[in-house]
Design a protein around this ligand. Sequence first.
Ligand code: SF4
Length: 280
Amino acid sequence: MRRINVRHITQTVRNLFIEANTCLGADVVAALQASLKKEESALGRQVLEKIITNAEIAAQSKMPICQDTGLAVLFVEIGQDVHIVGGDLRAAIEEGVRQAYADGFLRKSVCDPLTRKNTGDNTPAIIHIDIVEGDRLKIIAMPKGGGSENVSAAKMLTPAVGIDGIKKFVLETVDRAGANPCPPIMVGIGIGGSLEQACILAKKSLLRPVGEINNKDERLAQVEKELFDSINKLGIGPAGLGGRVTALAVNVEMMPCHIASLPVAVNIQCHVARHKELTI
Ligand code: SF4
């Protein structure tokens, strides 16, 4: 049994959220740079250049990449041979979020849904915990902006609509989103499970490095490729100003579901695709 003190967890969560908010992943920057060659619209290329420059300035000056520093979403994998000592795991994570948003001068974006009163410290966080084999603790910090989350969608489809119905739902969701999620976007798709599990699959699929479009399941790899092409033919383009580059990636995750159901979730991620992780 390996002991991990909650102080270590709080410090890790703090550092990950500050880093995620200021330093865009190299895979995302590379995808943006590659998309410059694909974009036919001069205005679209200008937007992509500004996005890349903005990311460079943020990383150099340790300033947030975007003013929306996000809802604090975490995926935590805890080995069954880990013993958390010194306090409560969830409380330690919440404290890490609190410290990150205070110390990193990140905008606090969480409020009561009805009164709209800000909670003041960007908590509560959305924490997904999985118990896995081993004696390690993996923490993934994913600040999620409101603009892209707002245009995400989930639906219980009729099983008879099949893969064509799924593709139609995804395309309609992206088309309706238009400029709102600050394209170019990443499109995460969860198929199967239950309603809530499809949503988690969709969000988790966004953690895949951008550019790795080859799903291990050949059927899903084909769906990803077809949707990637169809979405980029919608003409939404960078910042929604028209162009070829609407999506940088389309990722699908799937699991079995009830015989009467076909849950599908589409989680849209803006070009500020932020996530950082550490295994303790
Ligand atoms: S959708 Fe993304 S880029 Fe647009 S405001 Fe929100 S966090 Fe920023």
